[in-house]
Structures are given as C-alpha cells and as structure tokens.
Design a protein. Structure first.
Length: 375
C-alpha cells in the first residue's frame, strides 16, 4: 500500500470512529442545588424623594453560592481540557463564575458575582418593596408610611429568578462528538429596601400629650371640741373647729353637721398648696333640758344626759366629691350643782392661721339655744 492509499484508509477509519456513539463524549452527571448554606444575591432598592421606593442600585454587585455542585464527562481527558461551561442568571449580568473549564470536575460548589440589569426577569425589586410597604401599613394602621420608609426592611422573594448552568463535554481530538446538558436552578433573591433619610425628615412630630393635672382632694378631716364629755353647771359653751388636710392647691367647701340635724352654712377654705388648715371656730351653747324632756339615757344604767350626740365635718373638694370626718362624740350632763367638773375635756387643737369673717350658725333645735360668737 503506497503512502497515498494509506492516508486515505486512515482518514476513512477516523471518520468511521468519529461517527461511532461508543467513541462520543457524554455528560454523565450534572447536579446543582442550593445545599445547606447557600448565599443568594441581594439587591439594594432606595428612595429618591422619601415618598416611595423607586430605584435599584445597579452599581452594586451581588454574590451567589450554591453548595451542591457535581459535573462529570465520560472522557475528561488527561488534563481535563474536554470540559467547558456556560452560566446565565435572569435579570443579572454574570461578571465571573466558578467552576469553568478545567475546574469543573474538581469543584463542589458553584459561585458567581452578578450585577442587576433586570433584563429577562419577572422580578421587579421596586414593586416588591412598595407592595411590602402597603402590606405592613395595612397590618399596622398606627404606623406612618414615612416611619417605615425611614426604617427600611429586607424581604426575601423565593424562586425570584432562574439560573442556567450548561455543561459542555468536548469531543476528543478528531474523534467522537461534543455533548451538552443544561441545569435550571430557581434562585431566591433578597431585596434590601433601604431606609430613607428624606422620609425620616417627613415623619410628623408626635402629638403633644396633655399635661396630667392631679386635682386636689381631701387627705384628712377631723373635729376638735373643748368639752367632749361634760358634767356640771349649764349652760355650757361648746367651742369646736375642724382640721382639713389637702393634697394640693384649691378651694374646699365645708360645714359642720350635728346629730340632731342642725348644720352650719357652707363656708370656703382656700389652700395655696398641699397641707393642713383649720376651719373657723364654732360656738354652740348647751342648756339644761326641762325635766319633762330630759329622757335621754346614756350607756350607764340610770345616767341621763341633757345632750347626747355628735358633731361631724363635711368637706367638698374642688372636684365636687364629698368627704366626711369621723364623728366627734359629745355628751353634756347639766348637774344641779352650781359648779361641776367635766367628765372629760378634749385636747386643744393645734394652732392654725387666723381666719377672717364670722361664722353663721344653723338654727337652734328645740330645747337648745345658740350663743352668739364672741367678737
């Protein structure tokens, strides 16, 4: 066989072998998944006027990492030069990605650096931020839209875009065929709806809270009388006054009420602040009852009193609420002796600031005369 015939025979044999499926390269494995610790791309959206989100930061790159990557060809070649690939992500331009070429068979993850373009993607990051803003305002009506725009938030849109990785198993030199296979991977995208300084300036000031004013009230009320228990010559002059403790500044009205139904006219006591003030002194004269009317019997068997009752102080605070002092018991026994000693004398009330004006006495009951107030 001459050289020309030998060359023709080898060419025919090569063509025959190249057409044989047994000699073609083939994708035997292509598996890509997020894995246990993926990193999905993050987009930044900002507001130009503080009214709504309206712009995607397309200058900022986004990172992607998928932890599960396996790719194999039937004939890798001694230097792995028979591997090739192509990687695309909807809405992004791929700046760099790994693995490609000779790194494919020895890689366990897929990484990429991306930049948002929006081309070929159904994801609208601006609309996603504004839709989330509307949802949060609906669920929190007490919130102001400018507060949410100023604070910002991050949302995750699941399966927002699709990535495509194509593995190319190249044919051996002059023998076999090239094989290709593509894996589609749905990717989630984080959208960072950034806080807006302009929105912060538009937050309305909080309404002024009404100042809490505590109205004054009665803290304590007491009655003091000079002869609480008296036995002796009558008529006897009862001198009594009240003591009122207030929690604050204000005008308080008061009157004395007696057990027999008599009462003084309402009078006013003005407090400059919290503290204690004494009322105007009161005078009441107790006369001996006529024998036919002296029927009151005291707690001790056979003891009769010409007066057996009580005096009580009624106070009305600035709010109109009524307060009562404890009852001050008063008993008078008008003995027939010319001089007598009181059974008990009430302690003198503490000195109080002087008061102006006179005390108007209530009408006297039957059998009891009221003495005029000494000037």
């Amino acid at each position: 066989m001459n050289p020309a015939q030998r060359l023709l025979w080898l060419g025919g044999l090569g063509a025959l072998l190249g057409a044989s499926p047994a000699m073609a390269n083939k994708v035997t494995e292509l598996d890509i998944a997020p894995g246990n610790n993926p990193v999905f791309p993050t987009l930044e959206v900002y507001s130009l006027n503080g009214e709504r989100w309206d712009k995607v930061n397309s200058n900022k790159t986004a990172q992607l990492r998928l932890d599960n990557f396996n790719a194999k060809c039937r004939w890798p070649g001694t230097t792995n030069r028979l591997y090739d690939s192509n990687f695309q992500v909807d809405g992004f331009s791929v700046i760099t990605y790994h693995p490609s070429d000779t790194f494919i068979p020895v890689s366990n993850d897929l990484t990429a650096t991306l930049r948002w373009t929006g081309s070929g993607s159904n994801l609208n990051p601006v609309r996603a931020c504004n839709d989330e803003l509307a949802r949060r305002l609906a669920n929190a009506p007490d919130k102001n839209r400018y507060e949410l725009l100023a604070q910002g938030f991050t949302i995750t849109v699941p399966a927002a875009v699709t990535a495509r990785y194509q593995l190319i198993c190249e044919k051996m030199v002059d023998i076999g065929r090239t094989d290709k296979e593509t894996e589609n991977i749905p990717l989630s995208v984080h959208v960072n709806c950034q806080g807006s300084k302009k929105a912060e300036q538009k937050i309305p000031p909080p309404p002024k809270q009404a100042k809490l004013i505590l109205l004054p009230t009665v803290k304590q009320a007491k009655v003091f009388v000079n002869h609480a228990f008296y036995r002796g010559q009558c008529p006897v002059m009862l001198r009594y006054k009240g003591l009122i403790a207030s929690t604050g500044k204000g005008k308080f009205k008061y009157q004395f009420v007696h057990s027999d139904g008599t009462k003084t006219h309402l009078q006013t006591l003005t407090f400059p602040g919290a503290g204690k003030l004494a009322t105007k002194p009161q005078i009441r004269s107790i006369y001996a009852r006529k024998p036919s009317k002296n029927l009151a019997i005291g707690p001790q068997q056979g003891v009769r009193y010409d007066f057996d009752g009580w005096i009580r102080l009624k106070v009305i605070d600035p709010q109109g609420k009524v307060h009562w002092s404890p009852k001050q018991k008063v008993r008078v026994d008008c003995s027939k002796v010319k001089t007598g000693k009181p059974l008990k004398t009430a302690p003198k009330p503490p000195p109080q600031p002087p008061h102006q004006g006179t005390v108007r006495q209530a009408p006297k009951p039957a059998g009891i005369r009221l003495a005029p107030t000494p000037q």
